[in-house]
Design a protein around this ligand. Structure first.
Ligand SMILES: [Zn+2]
Length: 335
């Protein structure tokens, strides 16, 4: 695959090759799946050695924070979230979220009050770490970039508090109920361990589907979108898992058909309605037209974190016109 060709172009080329094949070759559907599978193996699925090298680099940063941060910032634990933590990383393109549970803080209100000070101190110490460069801050994270064997990981470091191990989820959700919309957002990173568990448990094939969709996002959209926000990796993970759940969570399925159904769902995002009952049994968004509710946080409709859905839907529709999809013998089911 040449450097500059997009995922869409690559698959179109592959499909064109299929179209030109003589009649005696295997059925187009299986051949298409084969090409897609080799694409996954070669370009998408991080091989173990690659994965281990990335993990080692990230672990070094975690280790640095655990051993070199001053007592006020001392982490009780660092949770690896993002693609790398959840096992849905795309080769050379994985972003990392590191949730740093601060041992010295106990409430989210306290965290919110001290957050700017925490950011300043963290930046000071992170700048001393040779392998990482402070890029800036978001409302909830310090952003750094880490060089890793010829590629760069952008890492969000999110200070948080380990409330989920001190209280039950029900108690935390009840507490959140009394907080303003703005304050509720400061709870988000505390739920990272639950989010990691939720996404990590899906079978490899579903993870590969997630990787393909993320790869599509990385190659089809300009990174800068004039302050507008593209769907996060987590939204895409949840949409894939939601659509897969709707058809009964098949362990094995045709990845091309999976792609078709996920892109159909994205193209028709106003019909998306996903909620899960792993951590709570009610749905705060049941009256809304469309929603994908964070399985770890009942107050978070992840769809709201993107304001480019029409543009994303347009791109998904384009993909649905590709020869790969057009060549599918049937559009029913995933198997
Ligand atoms: Zn790496």
């Amino acid at each position: 695959m040449p450097e500059k060709s997009t995922f869409h172009e690559y698959l179109s080329q592959q499909s064109r090759k299929i179209v030109n094949l003589p009649d005696s070759t295997p059925s187009p559907s299986s051949f298409t799946a084969d090409n897609l599978n080799s694409f996954i193996l070669e370009k998408i699925e991080p091989d173990t050695a690659y994965n281990q090298r990335c993990k080692a680099v990230v672990n070094r940063l975690c280790h640095f924070m655990q051993n070199n941060f001053p007592n006020k910032l001392r982490p009780s634990e660092v949770v690896k979230s993002g693609s790398l933590g959840k096992g849905t990383a795309v080769k050379g393109k994985s972003d990392v979220d590191l949730v740093v549970f601060l041992a010295k803080l106990t409430t989210i209100s306290e965290l919110r009050e001290k957050l700017n000070d925490i950011f300043d101190r963290m930046k000071l110490y992170l700048n001393k770490y040779a392998g990482c460069k402070v890029i800036g801050t978001t409302p909830y994270a310090v952003q750094v970039s880490v060089n890793c064997h010829g590629h760069i990981h952008s890492v969000d470091i999110l200070p948080s508090i380990d409330i989920i191990r001190k209280k039950t989820c029900d108690d935390i959700y009840a507490e959140m109920e009394t907080r303003s919309e703005r304050e509720k957002k400061y709870y988000s990173s505390a739920f990272a361990p639950l989010q990691v568990d939720f996404v990590s448990q899906v079978p490899t094939k579903v993870k590969n589907l997630i990787r393909l969709i993320k790869y599509w996002k990385k190659t089809e959209f300009e990174e800068r979108t004039d302050g507008k926000r593209l769907p996060s990796s987590y939204i895409l993970e949840l949409i894939v898992i939601g659509q897969w759940g709707k058809v009964g969570k098949p362990e094995n399925f045709d990845i091309c058909k999976g792609l078709y159904h996920v892109f159909r769902a994205i193209a028709d995002y106003r019909s998306l309605r996903h909620a899960w009952t792993e951590n709570y049994k009610y749905n705060n968004f049941v009256g809304d037209q469309w929603y994908v509710v964070d399985p770890a946080n009942p107050f978070n409709n992840v769809m709201e974190a993107c304001d480019l859905w029409d543009h994303v839907a347009e791109k998904a529709n384009e993909f649905l016109q590709s020869p790969l999809i057009k060549g599918l013998p049937s559009f029913d089911g995933w198997v």
